[in-house]
Design a protein around this ligand. Sequence first.
Ligand code: SAH
Length: 400
Amino acid sequence: ATSRMPPLPELFLHSRRAKHFDRHPWVLAHSVVQPTAELPAGQVVDLMHPSGNWLARGIYNPHSKIRLRLYQWDRALELGSAWIESQLQQASAMRRQWMNAHHDLDALRWVNSEGDGLSGLIVDQFGDYVIVHVTSLAMWTWLDTIRGWLVRELQPAGICVRVDQGTATREGLEASEQWLDGQAPQEPITIVEHGVRFQLDILSGQKTGYYLDQRANRGRSAKWITEGPLLDVCCYQGGFSLVACQLGAPTSVEAVDSSRPALELAERNAQANQRDIDFVQADCFDYLEHLVQQGKQYQTVVLDPPRMASSRQQVRAALRAYFRLNSAAVRLLQPGGTLVTCSCTGRVKKSDLVGILAAIAAQTGRQLQILESNGADFDHPIDVNCPESEYLKCLICRVI
Ligand code: SAH
């Protein structure tokens, strides 16, 4: 079949990029030579070395800074619906392998974009419903294939496809949200994680309504949460607190978030699980400093702030923000206490976070040990060629 493939348009890599070309799935606009005849958005093209050697096959988008997204590294294979389906199959095989070895999950990321070789496609399942986040024009062009596969593989009660405004602007798409195959759930969806029942508002929730990436970290940190007061900072719907009550032994729980809708959801979850949690609506920076001034002490502090930098220019301010939060958290911990500190800012590396903790140890005269260092859960695999896909850090520390 491969010999009958019609030749594809060729796009030439710029010679200055050619020296250190790797298998990163993004080829930026300045890395390729402008094609002589304009190619349509969504065109499958062959990426060529300046010498004329074939490099990879991808999908072209003249509207995006990511001019070409690469999906196929074998010249003999087509980049078509069969290939997209085989990548989807790989992604689902890995999740099924995990579930066979452990237990079924009713909330799961089936496809994690670059981490699963499908740059610009995220597929999450919550109960019987599937949410597809399209973040590239390339994946939008394969939507029928993706939808067909999801219907066959997962038989969901509904599939919602979303293109957010940021993606729309970057990729030259239109922002949209539509239900394919089925309809929106009439009632909130309930899922169970670590024995805790969570009610999800998948329609208006943040991100996809639930932070799947922190699933394992909620479980791991709960096991370090011994008797004493727990402070859960940036709690969203109460994930760390509720799992801590289930698997750990906090004697009291205070949970802080700035978002009213998040706290309403958290309150409902606490009630459904019959847990007594003190929710506070506040800005985390102000509130932690206020607690320090009051001389409050906790056995455990969990910090899970939102992403703090989306560009290189914002990194310095982000580092300062992490320093402020972590410094206050350390002061709030009694000797032998546990600090669970997370960062989902991709541009802030694990070594940066460790450096911040070292500076805080020196500043406060406390001894800080890292007991566990983890990233996102297994259903968020990382492509070794795409460091951007590794964003989450979760350090479980002991503060003496
Ligand atoms: N720990 C949660 C996820 C936290 S997401 C879980 O496991 O499910 C980050 C949260 O930080 C969001 O709920 C957001 O509303 C909150 N947030 C953002 N800025 C904040 C601020 N300045 N002060 C307090 N909370 C903030």
